[in-house]
Design a protein. Sequence first.
Length: 353
Amino acid sequence: MSFDNAQSSHTNRQIKLASRPHGKPVDDNFKLTTTEIPTPAKNQMLLRTIYLSLDPYMRGRMSDAKSYADPLEVGDVMLGATVSQVVESNLEEFSKGDIVIAYSGWQDYALSNGEGVYKLTKEMSNPSYGLGVLGMPGFTGFMGLTDIGKPQAGETLVVAAATGPVGATVGQVGKLQGLKVIGVAGGEDKCKFAVEELGFDACIDHRADDFEVQLAAACPDGIDIYYENVGGHVFDAVLPLLNAHARIPVCGLAAHYNQTELPDGKDRLSLLMSTILRQRLTVKGFIIFEEYSDHFPEFLQTMGKWVSEGKVKTKEHIVDGLGNAPQGFIDMLEGGNFGKTVVKVADIQKTIL
């Protein structure tokens, strides 16, 4: 499905949650509406969306199940981080024309009081990187690995979704920390990219019939850190390979986001719990800006330097036009993206009237 991609200087397109998904999201879960462009009041600014981030966590917010954050209500504008340009500002900290990271959601224009908004430096040659390697996904990968994973040179790290914005960051930072890095990805092209471009030691295709055998062969000394962002059969293959005192940062379970009930099969909870006990595992879930917001400036300085020096690389999957955001989101949840999924909504204006 694709909505109208033509942006108007007189109206504000908004893509809203039309209904809650039951399993995989479908076209009918989204609705395009058009409204007037809002006018900023005192202590507000008007933002125009340039890029919109699409991320797996959004699927959870479409459901009303209990979670770490309140769900979207039916009729709400779909949420999401954006690279935006300031059109008009009544805030001292922000000026007309500034490029910022905000949380404007799936719409052309939004009002902001400046809370949770930060400026991008003019040195950032690719502003969309502020939604990926230099934004929330990169920050999630960096802090989960370094603070919870506690890497030690020579250890073995396994990370799934290896070419996504989180996994790619985890693996490359792991190499900079002296780790043996094994990636897991869906398809030959993604695995080739992880090894040849990102510098992973190996990458295993989780779609292979002998995936478990290949993973075990790539980790002859077991696994010391497993960065969990997928779950599913990848974790099933990882579990018996975990070494004593292995660490498992958990930032997501993308393989399960579309599930509405427990999967068929044997109850493996006792196996998991006994493995946690016997191997003295550290398993810690985290929500990046709840636990680590104070570390973001430090992260941005470190990661920005690595990206500019070519020590950390990134790949983007660009969806063209706000109207294609729903299909881009559905495709991403199915693994149809290659790299960080970003919707290009508009061009940066050199002159703001």
